[in-house]
Write a protein that binds this ligand. Structure first.
Ligand SMILES: Cc1cc2nc3c(=O)[nH]c(=O)nc-3n(C[C@H](O)[C@H](O)[C@H](O)COP(=O)(O)OP(=O)(O)OC[C@H]3O[C@@H](n4cnc5c(N)ncnc54)[C@H](O)[C@@H]3O)c2cc1C
Length: 395
């Protein structure tokens, strides 16, 4: 007899979403599944609260929790040219992780047990997997489960050919006077000075007329120090006409952008989910909607008593395109600012968003590809294919 049918390790985006879906899984089953959601007490091993932005049509499952939503988005080129357009059929949405956490925990049904444990190890087995953990009082705890979904960052991380970092810091700011249009967000502003390799941009997500999240982001090889981010944010605020802001909170992070493969099955009964299970789209760093697709597939499998192997929630052709794009950026064949400006200037915003979230058709993607720096991207494609063939031929 096992302790649980399902153990979910980590209560971040993936763990919370999967735990939330377990209620729907149980509604579809004759016998409910017993689930444990395992997260250590808040401390050095847990990530600080963050915001999750993503796009989807209206009527999504988290709509009642949104901190903000925008129907219009602006992209600003390096020369200040503005491209503002409706995001239709999508809406750009922001969730606060703390709101998702509180909601999932408050609505978890009696079959989802919330355990405060630091997981040290997981072991596979033919009939069940074993999770070894430590309780806050230092006691050792062992849980057994039919299926374990692990969202802890893999250690060591998978290695690919190209590895960049999306690194950023954002300020939640308040202004003394009205300064923002709450209906319109700046998705990407490419006016900050550009690094030699990669790309730098700012963005502004207004939360009211006087409040916004202003963020500075780079795709590059090394993260900055907090004072360096703060300087870049101050410069960016000056650039967008916000000389006097009160910073009420900050968020900072690093998201790996890599063509590495993320195996989602690590044993007969052990799986990886979320960023650890390849839910991050390599070319954008967006993860939240990949998590939604991945956990939905797991829920379907659990409801139907199938082996719940999490899918990598991106199509192979999109992962190939992303690998080529990352190589082009990392090798300095393309200027990131030029690449993104052309992409957004020459295409309908809804089409670009569909592509960036894996929702586009191949013919549309080809047409979009022709609006990027074609010669440089062709060289990177040849480089990528040559490298792939060579590595397959080498035993
Ligand atoms: C600051 C920041 C902002 C981001 N914003 C966006 C965004 O706007 N849109 C988007 O799509 N993506 C965003 N991302 C990327 C991605 O969506 C998030 O990182 C997301 O939280 C990933 O979800 P996850 O569940 O895979 O990992 P996490 O959310 O990091 O969850 C992993 C969980 O595992 C737990 N854990 C770790 N070690 C142990 C252990 N030993 N035992 C038990 N539990 C453990 C952690 O406490 C954590 O709760 C952002 C990332 C960061 C860092």
């Amino acid at each position: 007899m096992v302790d649980y049918d399902v153990v979910v390790i980590g209560a971040g985006a993936a763990g919370l979403t999967l735990a939330h879906r377990m209620g729907q899984v149980n509604e579809r089953r004759v016998s409910p599944l017993r689930t444990a959601l395992v997260e250590p007490p808040r401390g050095p091993s847990t990530p600080p609260p963050r915001t999750w932005c993503f796009w989807e049509p209206d009527g999504g499952p988290w709509d009642h929790l949104l901190a903000a939503r925008w129907e219009d988005l602006t992209v600003v080129g390096p020369d200040g040219a503005e491209f503002r357009s409706p995001a239709e059929p999508y809406v750009y949405k922001m969730l606060r992780s703390a709101d998702v956490d509180a909601h999932v925990r408050a609505t978890a049904d009696g079959h989802v047990e919330q355990r405060e444990l630091y997981v040290e190890d997981v072991a596979d087995g033919p009939d069940h997997a074993t999770v070894s953990a430590v309780a806050p009082d230092g006691d050792r705890v062992v849980l057994t489960a039919r299926w374990v979904f692990d969202s802890r960052p893999p250690s060591p991380p998978p290695v690919g050919r190209t590895h960049l970092l999306q690194h950023f810091r954002g300020w939640f700011v308040r202004t003394p006077q009205d300064a923002f249009d709450p209906d319109a967000a700046v998705l990407m502003d490419l006016r900050p000075p550009q690094p030699r390799r990669g790309v730098a941009f700012g963005y502004v997500l207004p939360l009211s007329r006087r409040e916004a999240l202003v963020e500075y982001t780079e795709f590059g090889r090394t993260a900055l120090s907090t004072p360096e981010y703060d300087r870049a944010l101050k410069d960016y605020c000056d650039r967008v006409g916000l000389p006097e802001v009160e910073v009420t909170a900050a968020e900072q992070g690093v998201i790996p952008m890599t063509d590495a493969r993320f195996p989602t099955r690590t044993g007969r009964r052990l799986f990886r989910v979320g960023a650890a299970g390849g839910a991050t789209r390599p070319s954008t760093g967006y993860t939240f909607s990949g998590v939604a697709r991945q956990t939905s597939a797991i829920a379907d499998a659990l409801a139907a008593d199938r082996v719940p192997v999490p899918p990598v929630p991106h199509r192979p052709r999109h992962l190939l395109m992303d690998a080529i794009m990352l190589r082009a950026l990392a090798s300095e064949r393309v200027s990131g600012a030029d690449f993104f400006t052309r992409l957004f200037a020459a295409n309908r915003l809804g089409d670009v968003l569909a592509f960036l979230d894996g929702d586009s058709r191949f013919t549309r993607e080809l047409a979009m590809g022709l609006t990027t720096p074609v010669a440089a991207m062709s060289l990177s494609t040849a480089d990528h294919l040559w490298h792939t063939l060579r590595s397959r031929a080498t035993p």
